[in-house]
Design a binder for this molecule. Sequence first.
Ligand SMILES: Cc1ncc(COP(=O)(O)O)c(C=O)c1O
Length: 399
Amino acid sequence: MNDRAAAFDVERARRETPGVERVVHLNNAGAALMPDVVLSAMVGHLEREAAIGGYEAAADAADAVEHTYDAIARLLNCARDELAIVENATRAWDMAFYAIPFEPGDRILTSAAEYESTYVAFLQVCRRTGATVEIVPSDPTGQVSVEALEAMVDDRVRLISLTHVPTNGGLVNPAAEVGRVARRHGIPFLLDACQSAGQLPLDVEELGCDILSATGRKYLRGPRGTGFLYVRRSLIGQLEPPLLDLHAAEWVARDEYRIRPDARRFENWETNYAAKIALGVAVDYALGWGSEAIWDRVQGLGAALRERLARVPGVTVLDVGGVRCGIVSFSCDGLEGAAVQRRLRADAINVSVSPRRYTRIDMEDRGLAEVVRASVHYYNTESELDRLAERLDRLRQAI
Ligand SMILES: Cc1ncc(COP(=O)(O)O)c(C=O)c1O
């Protein structure tokens, strides 16, 4: 691990994370452990709702609710009116994607690492509109090939849509380079930052993306049921949301409605205020550690885990990509993913399993039916990684 990663105040991070007392949590790509400040913001607001009424509690907490937009704007380097806060990353992504008016012959260029929900949406929209979705080949490292992308661009390309970090492994796609291609050709660029938000620095200007979707519960350590969408201001007016309500639009005359001008047109009215406030606290908390410091630490731990797993007989690390993150994917000879997950869970070690269907194109290309996924966060320790490796070694020997 490099010096900066080693200098991270892990003890403080663990003191502020109640869950580390109970579990070795290596399912941060599923949902990370919330720090205590996030938990108390959430519980505190729920208690206010119970004590004085939900609408009244929301009115009293209006500043905290609004602050969440400011916090995310700082995280992404965008403006608060370019943000919508919704239930999850998929809904954020959908609200923008389904707003794009595709026409027959339009092309969507995407990567091999796309997530199931995203790809299903591509298929549905292509069936409805006559657009096509095409996979940009990967380069020899396994990341999307920027050269191949450049060669595929023509004037029918309506959207470039990319997963930054896929659900099934350590790959970090070269999003900023893809963004430069998109900008050069004036093509809208949609970035699925669900697994990268909170894990590595995100700056929408550097990334060159026009739309970005993310979730709260993963590397940002926010509560479940939170997500957000960034849409570049110049694009907002061109995107009519697929669903409208009285928050997204106003009923201005008997036969007329007016869609609001900012990105909140992609939100809906009723929301989980406790979670929304707690999401802002989570983002502030992440910013307090610093995106670069988090990234150094997570990347260092990811590499340290790969080294350990590579030494366990019968365990194969499966990550690809020129740059690798804190998501570590592997298989264990003779053991199904579900069995590995179950047996580790019995030892209070949390990992998850990513089946083929979640990232079908990449998994089929690599001949994989599933991978076991151990995803580290900055509060994990090297001794937790040792514990995982030792336990896997024992599982393998017991076969
Ligand atoms: C790469 C990627 N994109 C999108 C999603 C969907 O996120 P959510 O479950 O918040 O809708 C996930 C969830 O795991 C993911 O890994």
